[in-house]
Design a protein around this ligand. Sequence first.
Ligand SMILES: [Zn+2]
Ligand SMILES: [Zn+2]
Length: 661
Amino acid sequence: MIVLEVAVPVPLNKIFYYLPPENINPANIVGKRVKVQFGKRILTAYVISYQNLTDKNTLKLKQIIEVIDKDSLITKETTELANYISKNYVCSLGEALASIIPAAMKSPKRIVKNKITDEEISYEKHVLNIHQVNAVNLIKENLQKNSFAGFLLHGVTASGKTEVYINSIEYALRQNRSAIMLIPEISLTVQFADIMTKRFGTNIGLWHSGISNIEKYILFLKMKNGNIKIIIGARSAIFSPFKNLGLIIIDEEHEQTYKQEQKPSYDAREIAKWRGRYNNAVVIFGSASPSLESYKDALEKKLTLVELNERIDKRKLPEIKVLTLKNRLFKSNLLLPETIELISKALSKREQIIVFLNRRGYSPTIMCRKCGNVYQCPKCSISMVFHKNPDLLKCHYCGEIKNFPPTCSVCKSKDIAVFGTGTQKVEDELIKLFKNAKIFRLDGDTASLKTNYEKAYKGMKNEEYNILLGTQMIAKGFDFPKASLVCVIDADTSLYLPNFKSVERTFQLITQVSGRSGRGDINGTVIVQTNHPQHYAIEYAKNHDFLSFYRTEIEQRKQLFYPPYCDIAKISIKNKNEKKAEEISEKLFSILIDLVEKYKLGLKLLGPATAYISKMNNIYRKHIIIKGCKENIIKLMELLENSKQLPGAFIGIEIMPSDLT
Ligand SMILES: [Zn+2]
Ligand SMILES: [Zn+2]
């Protein structure tokens, strides 16, 4: 009896057998997505292969419900990559395939055949400086060799990394190969699409969460069939099914958005290296503030370091002024007098200003002045945030919304006040202080409208706005030549989070956001307001001194035994019952300790500890951290799975988490 081998996206690492529909040659279903009955659910699964089974058990097999795809989507590379992901990020083959080939991707009723556009590419040639020329030549040389090579392109902000990317892509296309370009933020796709379309015409696709499932399907086939050669996109664009892949670029490689938190917890940078090797392609990691991991790799010659130490056209790096916020914590406003003065000056010269605060909403703390009661989310162990227009309390973790309380729920006092500053409050203050300024706010509240990204970008480009205010989504990549002043309202929002990466992130954030100023003919100035002006992350960022920062921070990591000096995994235990969560985590911890000892795995276990946010959406959260080498961590996970001792609870495993809280 002919049976199909099917990978189903469930956390069971085995192949399932189904019968092909009658009258269909099983060979024609291989590599396609199908709908199958799995228990009580109907799931989208992937047909890997077929075989002839004589087993009696085949009698019990179910027939697949439906073949979804007309074309086969799984290639040999897909299967091997899925195996790699399944092994290295501890998930099933089906789960791995589901992230490479989105299950939700939908075939349109009929595919509109678009003419393959062979239109003349109208290059808008830019003259490269000597550093850019050297970088491009080195990359071209390696493209020519047709073998894997990895580069770390470390270029200060506005050093012209984008031109290096474009010239490299141009060369790859001339070799009749394709290119993937990853960018960290959806807000930047507009800008990059703009630049790239000018250079490469319609040979480009955009891949991100904002495009529909039908668009995704069409794009997927276009890539697979070679109808387009360049894809620009967020993390999952790393799986673009190009046959003749020549170049992978990861811009702002230090960004944590390249790491998927949910299962499979893959890292697009690692996938890039894997695909680079598989396809004999060149991989470029670019950043003004590289991750410690990549820079260490470069120093150890695992990546070739290419540096762009100067801004293009000999422009100066911005001057960074650090201002102390001391005792400002509960003051009514967060803009220091010097900050206000510099904004006025820039406005009077008709220059643009970028104001950055990594906290949305109006005020992050709502407190009763009489008894000190702080308003927490009823479902999460975290403060609710006050938002204006409409005036509501919102939980940023579970989305819970409440009305502003008329009286304190503890002491019935009416004296309830809001403290601290979010972007909405800064906006109010800016409007009050600078009556004629046109301000655009871009943060998690406004960005939900896809068009707002475009509005922000185009509005700033066309000088319709004087001030762009926002959270981290405005901190990177944007290129506005008229922006002369950048204000970091509170540099401390990330500095003291209980996470081994929080210092590195603060340095990167200041470097990135500073880089938004002085990109045109005007010299840039940056204001950094902080309570910790002496902190080395702020000092080194102020002096544009990446290397000293790297040396100090890498030493910390070494001493505290954190990546890149070890690999790490986080096991999360989640349960609705607090006591149960505790019991399970204790039990799991002792099972793990026993396994580590019995098999001499040499791993260090930390925990079980309560998560930084101990309750989220009414689920209690504990975790166990495992440190050591990745091979043994994976082995431990396999042993745990095989031991069948897993306590019955929702347990998540994240390999190399970027966040341990
Ligand atoms: Zn009270
Ligand atoms: Zn909540």
